[in-house]
Ligand binder design. Structure first.
Ligand code: FAD
Length: 310
């Protein structure tokens, strides 16, 4: 995170920049570093490779902020197709899916109901495939609605994973509410711009908030999913696991496809449960911009390659 983070994140909503970038060859190379490909076969192949290396996966069909019902339906259909393949490919145990509610209708009229119904459909298919879903957390204006849908979903599908963003002031309370038995909770720093009125904006404050949240989740009865590449926070998590005598597998580490892959394998080799978040699909633009905002060095590498290889 840096001073550049908020301005870069604003670019994720620029249609003109998206049009321009999509047509440039340098973009394809950058996308390939973070995205498994465009089709179901692509993501299944990556999930198999990672499983062979002892890594679990959470597969994410890219797309968000859907404004049309038919797009939401298409996203649901894509998840059903993906989930349908998992048992035959031997991936039911290692792969789950991550779902953004805005991709399945949250932003539509009567969005809470539409997203809940669509999420239920995906949960049913996941259960039939022998796996689970995790509901990604998006922009802070959607936190209440997302947790509301999650609460409803968990009545029938208690295995559904939640995501909390350490950067939000409210998250300490949300952690307390979700640290109960059987509750799978992914804790991340938060990838979306948020104002000071609701969020820590200094990176050091976000890190401290992450540790406070982690202490609650690791002391609780649930299954914490520690989603960070930050070496210090990984060390803190391991120390807390020791302090609370948590066996390996009663919590898991999560990292993004293409980010610190050696660390993913190092932790797995040490017996830790590591899950890689693997996005796929053609709507990679906002996802890629968020990855650049996390590491502006990526942006400068990208601009250099644009200038030199266009
Ligand atoms: P940072 O301080 O950003 O990074 C720590 C170190 O990791 C960096 O110094 C660098 O070495 C490496 N690193 C980090 N990012 C990159 C990168 N893009 N490229 C190369 N190296 C990098 N956010 C949400 O808001 N909602 C979600 O639902 C959500 N789900 C997530 C799921 C998973 C599995 C993960 C890992 C993250 C998720 N995030 C989500 C994103 C998260 O909120 C952060 O924005 C992101 O993980 C970067 O934060 P960090 O903890 O890795 O720490």
């Amino acid at each position: 995170m840096s001073l550049l983070r908020q301005p870069i994140l604003l670019l994720s909503r620029s249609d003109r920049l998206q049009d321009l970038l999509t047509r440039l060859p340098a973009t394809a190379r950058m996308v390939a570093g973070y995205v498994a490909g465009t089709g179901t076969d692509d993501v299944l192949a990556v999930a198999e490779e990672l499983a062979a290396d002892g890594l679990s996966t959470s597969l994410d069909h890219l797309g968000e902020d859907t404004r049309e019902l038919h797009q939401a339906d298409a996203t649901v259909a894509a998840y059903l197709e993906l989930l349908g393949h998992l048992p035959a490919r031997g991936l039911s145990r290692s792969a789950e899916v991550s779902v953004k509610l805005s991709a399945i209708g949250l932003a539509l009229p009567d969005g809470d109901r539409v997203a809940l119904e669509n999420a239920r459909t995906i949960c049913r298919a996941a259960r039939n495939a022998g796996t689970t879903i995790t509901v990604d957390m998006e922009d802070h204006t959607t936190t209440d609605a997302t947790l509301g849908v999650l609460r409803e979903l968990r009545k029938d599908f208690p295995e559904t994973g939640a995501v909390l963003q350490a950067q939000l002031h409210r998250t300490l309370d949300d952690c307390r509410g979700l640290a109960h038995e059987g509750s799978r909770v992914r804790l991340c720093k938060g990838a979306y711009a948020a104002p000071e009125s609701v969020a820590w904006t200094d990176p050091n404050d976000v890190d401290r908030a992450f540790v406070r949240c982690l202490k609650i989740l690791m002391a609780g009865q649930g299954h914490p999913m520690i989603a960070t590449h930050d070496p210090t926070l990984i060390e803190v998590a391991l120390a807390l696991a020791g302090r609370h005598r948590r066996p390996q597998g009663s919590y898991e580490f999560q990292m993004l496809y293409g980010v610190r892959p050696e660390e993913q394998r190092r932790l797995a080799a040490a017996g830790e449960h590591v899950r890689v978040y693997v996005p796929y699909g053609s709507q990679w633009y906002p996802y890629l911009v968020r990855r650049m905002a996390e590491r502006p060095r990526n942006l400068s590498l990208f601009i250099t390659s644009l200038v030199s290889k266009r």
